[in-house]
Design a protein around this ligand. Structure first.
Ligand SMILES: Nc1ncnc2c1ncn2[C@@H]1O[C@H](COP(=O)(O)OP(=O)(O)OP(=O)(O)O)[C@@H](O)[C@H]1O
Ligand SMILES: [Mg+2]
Length: 264
């Protein structure tokens, strides 16, 4: 495994984050969530982010998606400065943000309506995605009638429905049981390799981060800075056996040590 300098030039591309800082005002004084974060994600690259709880991962993803303004620094996506919500993006939030008054099917179709895309042809696509996520029989249910994991799978379908070229995923599989999580990992990799989406995914699982990624961004505890960016030199497609590869284990251990996990 190689490590590379944060924000290294050869990865200039689809997403460029430069000297990003974020300070939240709070009753107890300002909270510095991010400090001078710089990196770039190349076209069709799969990058994962790991770091302690509260180190600013969700803040970072929200700023890139144009849902939150930074205190200083800048983000460009495909060379254009981000100043408001992006449309060619599929975002999966840490908690499934579904509209409780719409059925699962109508929730998945929401981006189609918002972007004024043709409804009929996308209905088929929505059904295919729901089938894939094991939710087709629940398409007429409302979010409150589904488990947390099922809601999160619906949110993932919604992020993919308009075939965005950029995927921003904030712990998308955190609420899933282990088996479903593994299945969704493979499914995501299949979609990513077929459609070549640029993907930035936050996870608390170091082994998931390594398994999925071309590179893993390791963040420091709050205020979030980049501790390191690790190149994952494992062949694709990734298979169940990938996790038995000594290079995989070594990479997981190295990142664990950087994060401060002493038992690894
Ligand atoms: N709206 C807000 N107002 C004030 N402070 C906030 C706000 N949102 C986040 N923070 C603070 O900013 C820091 C970073 O929060 P963020 O949610 O980005 O962390 P995270 O890395 O995603 O954590 P987790 O892994 O637990 O999801 C935390 O200390 C949090 O308390
Ligand atoms: Mg978070």
């Amino acid at each position: 495994m190689e490590t590379s300098a944060p924000g290294e030039e050869r990865h200039r591309g689809t997403i460029e984050v430069r000297s990003l800082s974020k300070v939240y005002p709070s009753q107890d004084g300002p909270v510095q969530a991010l400090s001078e974060v710089s990196f770039a994600v190349a076209d069709a690259e799969f990058v994962t982010i790991v770091g302690h709880s509260g180190c600013g991962k969700s803040t970072l993803l929200r700023i890139i998606a144009g849902l939150l303004l930074p205190s200083s620094g800048s983000v460009t996506v495909r060379g254009r400065g981000v100043s408001g919500p992006l449309s060619d993006v599929g975002m999966v939030f840490q908690r499934p943000v579904l509209l409780k008054w719409r059925t699962i099917f109508d929730n998945v179709m929401l981006p189609i309506e918002m972007l004024h895309l043709p409804r009929q042809e996308n209905r088929e696509r929505a059904l295919d995605l729901l089938k894939l996520a094991g939710l087709v029989d629940f398409r007429h249910h409302y979010p409150a009638q589904l488990s947390g994991g099922m809601q999160q799978r619906a949110a993932i379908c919604r992020a993919l429905i308009h075939d965005p070229s950029l995927l921003l995923m904030d712990e998308p599989f955190g609420a899933l049981d282990l088996m479903t999580r593994e299945e969704m990992n493979f499914e995501l990799l299949r979609i990513w390799s077929q459609r070549r989406k640029t993907t930035l995914l936050v996870t608390h699982s170091i082994s998931e981060a390594v398994f999925l990624a071309d590179r893993v961004i390791v963040m420091t505890p709050r205020p979030g800075m980049i501790a390191d960016i690790i190149d994952v030199k494992l062949p694709r497609p990734r298979m169940p056996e990938t996790k038995l590869d000594p290079r995989f284990t070594e990479c997981v251990r190295m990142i664990g040590r950087k994060i401060g996990l002493l038992y690894i």
